[in-house]
Design a protein around this ligand. Structure first.
Ligand code: GUN
Ligand code: ZN
Length: 428
């Protein structure tokens, strides 16, 4: 692939921006099968590999595909549902929709549509919650396998405080999750995440059994929600009066360690932040959801300064867009409200490398390096009239990228490459 190549050599939250980013104008990425074989000046690659087929993207930007580290594919059909706070939104819109995923044909349709929307928006890996039905999990992994996409997913576990039609039990959640781990974890490009929805919908016994399951399969991931809305946090303190904090509930059941991904984390106490750091857990920052459901302002400045790993996530359908560009834009605005003018390189890191670290995949995806999967996108930095007229006046690379990060959407994604192949969202 010929174009302008953007990759990271270092974490832009830890070192100077100029020492964290590698930009190669007139660059090339050489793909061999599923993987990136070489990267460098195009002319050099061309003379070293004269027979390689060339896809010439001109001056357009070639980067890693986006990694969305927290979303709910079963909520695609209820995205943009009006006017509720989290707990009412779950009861009124989410749970009735999630009921439909007992039907595997329905689950396949929504999984297929969701993956197509991701590809169209340049997202090449996503971590999704499923529903309590095992069919919802099989359908999602099957559809991802058809596309050779790397995905992370898990059966959502809930044995209380949800409608009868969605409820599982301590034993069925353990048995079903275990069966699904054996079937899907590390199969093709799929990975399993043990998935208690959030503390209020699991009994202590269920959390305990999921903690035990994780210790049997320690290389799986664990995804859940943490400290999203104040009403939710108060509810957790009533349901688990013996715990010091929301995170302490998960910790009592051995659910806080490396490869755990906590969605939202808006109203954390200092000791919760310290524990996340100490345990090497990651946070999925979900800015469009946090504004849409009215959850609050994520403290990106404080949390990134503690060196906790943060990934970026759409959280659809609580979030309002499948586009990681729109999610980046919202993250910038939220950060401004938190008195932190986050640099475009840092934003792009969150949406690629940061998310891949949260999923334990940082040696395989999320960046352009030799040996990584060829999950790549081509970004047009002048995709609309309003973006083009601003970009044309840019004085340097970051000024020319920033209008797309703030105003861009799927129209900026010229091409999505997955597993070494150009992939079209209409082909499935
Ligand atoms: N907390 C528990 N379940 C959910 C969910 O589906 N979406 C969001 N945003 N928060 C949750
Ligand atoms: Zn969520």
């Amino acid at each position: 692939l010929k174009g302008t190549i953007l990759s990271f050599t270092n974490n832009p939250f830890l070192v100077d921006i100029n020492n964290s980013v590698k930009l190669i104008e007139s660059g090339g990425v050489l793909i061999d099968g599923s993987f990136i074989k070489d990267i460098g000046e195009f002319s050099k690659l061309k003379s070293n590999y004269p027979h390689a087929k060339v896809y010439d993207y001109g001056k357009n930007l070639i980067t890693s595909g986006f990694v969305d580290c927290h979303m709910h594919y079963p909520q695609t059909a209820i995205i943009a549902s009006y006017g509720k706070r989290l707990l009412d939104w779950l009861n009124e819109y989410t749970f009735p929709e999630e009921k439909k995923f007992i039907d595997i044909d329905y689950a396949r349709k929504v999984a297929s549509l969701t993956l197509d929307l991701c590809i169209k928006n340049g997202t090449t890996t996503l971590a999704s919650f499923c529903t309590t039905s095992i069919n919802s999990v099989d359908a999602f992994f099957d559809e991802a396998k058809k596309r050779n996409m790397s995905v992370i997913a898990g059966k959502t576990c809930m044995d209380r405080n949800a409608p009868e039609y969605l409820i599982d039990s301590v034993n069925s959640a353990y048995d079903d999750s275990k069966r699904l781990i054996k079937k899907w974890h590390n199969s093709n490009r799929s990975y399993y995440a043990i998935t208690p929805r959030f503390a209020p919908t699991s009994t202590p016994e269920q959390l305990d059994s999921l903690g035990s399951l994780w210790s049997e399969y320690p290389d799986c991931l664990m995804q859940t929600h943490l400290s999203e809305q104040k009403e939710e946090i108060e509810w957790v303190s009533k349901l688990f009066p013996e715990s010091d904090s929301y995170l302490d509930v998960y910790d009592k059941f051995n659910l806080v360690r490396k490869n755990s991904i906590f969605g939202h984390c808006i109203h954390l106490k200092d000791n919760e932040i310290d524990m996340l750091k100490e345990r090497q857990s990651s946070i999925a920052h979900c800015p469009t959801s946090n504004t849409f459901i009215g959850s609050g302002i994520f403290k990106l400045k404080e949390i990134s300064s503690k060196k906790i790993n943060i990934g970026l996530a759409t959280d659809t359908g609580g979030g309002t867009s499948f586009s990681m560009l729109k999610t980046i834009s919202e993250a910038y605005k939220i950060s401004q409200l938190n008195n932190f003018s986050i640099h475009p390189a840092q934003l792009f890191w969150l949406a690629t490398v940061g998310s891949s670290i949260s999923l334990g995949l940082e040696s395989k995806i999320g960046n352009i390096e030799k040996g990584y999967y060829a999950d790549l996108i081509v970004i047009n930095l002048a995709s609309t009239l309003e973006i083009e007229q601003r970009q044309r006046r840019a004085k340097n690379f970051w000024e020319s990228f920033f209008p797309t990060l703030i105003m861009g959407d799927d129209r900026a994604i010229m091409e999505t490459w997955v597993n070494g192949n150009e992939i079209n969202y209409k082909q499935y």
